[in-house]
Design a protein around this ligand. Structure first.
Ligand SMILES: [Zn+2]
Length: 412
């Protein structure tokens, strides 16, 4: 094993170990009774159910992660990469075709391996705790649509990247970056109008009084809003959510039907005030810029590593190729990904506080927002007292009690 092999292997193990440790701490941190704020909302039975939900999903997460890790390590050390490479080379001399097959087989294998876990999570765990609404038909159709879209969108993009790295010499990374950024920007418009409707139905909000309240709030903060839609989130899960898409004049707010059914008007406006806060404070555009910069850095590092013999040696590959380099670099990138991931979560939690502050300040209804947050936590069987290390590694939002506390301090 060379240095690269050691770095990749140790990072994979460290990543797994740290998450496992955080999970253990998180399970042990569960207090005997809920925070005072929640005492009236949670009877002992529901509180126990939240604990069971956390324990069941954590343990199942271990099984999922361990299987995935084992599959990668076994494939690697059993010489899977050179075997697959010899196979794809046997039927095409065209490196872009071989590359598409090579990457396609690996991604396909990963999806197939993930399938039983996803079935168990949806139809056993989520079912047991009363969240699942996904029918088998929806589940199967989702997988088929996802695979078709992945091929239609992913294959040309990958072919482009392979082509640039094959032909464009030292500037390949710049061209690839440009193409991927173009794709990301186009998707900002294509996803809400073309792709999301393939999976869900979007209907204009029928509650006109609610729409009026939303529009009047949006007007007050100078937020130009094209449409308010209700999405049939209940097609898959009982958990509620809200989001919005688009930029400029094309912004649209989407409320899950489950959310509309579970919250009153004031709570819904408070939730949307938070969502609009993300936009007004430029969190969305900053997020997009950051992923553009990250993509550029990644392609630059890729261009430095992709033809390095030690990279191929680490994975027992006698013949270097652009397409295999791409995948192997993906493994080498795990440590970078780990740290940028943590940084991203840190930033995300900061933005959530900022959006909360914006919502409370502009909407002036801190109580309705606190009510909405509590209701969401109770409905979702959320962990009300997660361990700080677990939050550090996993949470994109601050724990609900911290958010409530911050809102109370703001309105005090
Ligand atoms: Zn948010």
């Amino acid at each position: 094993m060379n240095t690269i092999a050691w770095i990749v292997l140790l990072t994979l193990l460290m990543d797994f170990g740290l998450h496992w440790l955080a999970d253990r701490l998180n399970l042990n941190a569960w207090p005997a009774s809920p925070p005072e704020e929640f005492e009236s909302l949670l009877d002992p039975g529901s509180y126990q159910r939240s604990k069971d939900y956390l324990r069941t999903s954590t343990r199942f997460g271990w099984l999922t992660e361990a299987t995935q890790l084992a599959a990668v390590v076994i494939f690697w050390f059993a010489g899977g990469f050179p075997i697959l490479d010899a196979w794809v080379r046997s039927f095409s001399r065209e490196p872009i075709v071989s590359g598409l097959v090579f990457v396609g087989v690996l991604l396909g294998a990963r999806s197939i391996l993930a399938l039983p876990f996803s079935i168990y999570r949806t139809f056993v765990i989520e079912e047991k705790f009363g969240f699942n609404r996904t029918s088998w038909r929806t589940f199967i159709m989702d997988r088929i649509k996802g695979a078709v879209l992945g091929c239609l969108l992913g294959a040309p993009l990958l072919a482009g990247i392979l082509f640039f790295f094959q032909m464009a010499g030292p500037f390949a990374w710049l061209y690839s970056w440009g193409v991927v950024v173009g794709f990301m920007l186009v998707m900002q418009y294509v996803a809400p109008t073309w792709i999301m409707p393939l999976f869900n139905r979007f209907e204009p909000l029928s509650d006109k009084a609610l729409e009026k309240a939303i529009r009047s709030y949006a007007g007050a903060i100078d937020f130009s809003l094209q449409n308010v839609f209700v999405m049939d989130g209940s097609k898959r899960s009982g958990k509620g959510n809200a989001f919005f898409t688009g930029f400029g004049r094309h912004k649209r707010i989407v409320l899950f039907d489950t959310l509309v059914n579970q919250h009153d008007r004031d709570e819904l406006v408070a939730i949307l005030a938070h969502e609009m806060g993300h936009y007004k404070q430029r969190h969305i555009i900053m997020g997009l810029m950051m992923s553009i910069v990250q993509t550029g850095v990644m392609f630059f590092l890729l261009s430095l590593c992709i033809s390095h013999p030690a990279l191929f040696e680490a994975f027992y590959m006698p013949q270097p190729s652009i397409y295999a380099g791409l995948i192997l670099f993906g493994l080498l990138y795990v440590p970078v990904d780990f740290f940028t991931g943590i940084l991203g979560l840190l930033l995300s939690r900061r933005n959530e506080y900022a959006a909360d502050r914006f919502a409370v300040k502009t909407n002036g209804n801190g109580d309705a927002f606190v009510r909405a947050l509590k209701k969401l936590s109770v409905h979702h069987l959320s962990n009300l007292s997660p361990h700080p290390f677990y939050v550090f590694l996993n949470y994109s939002h601050p724990p609900v009690m911290n958010r409530i506390q911050a809102i109370r301090e703001q309105t005090a």
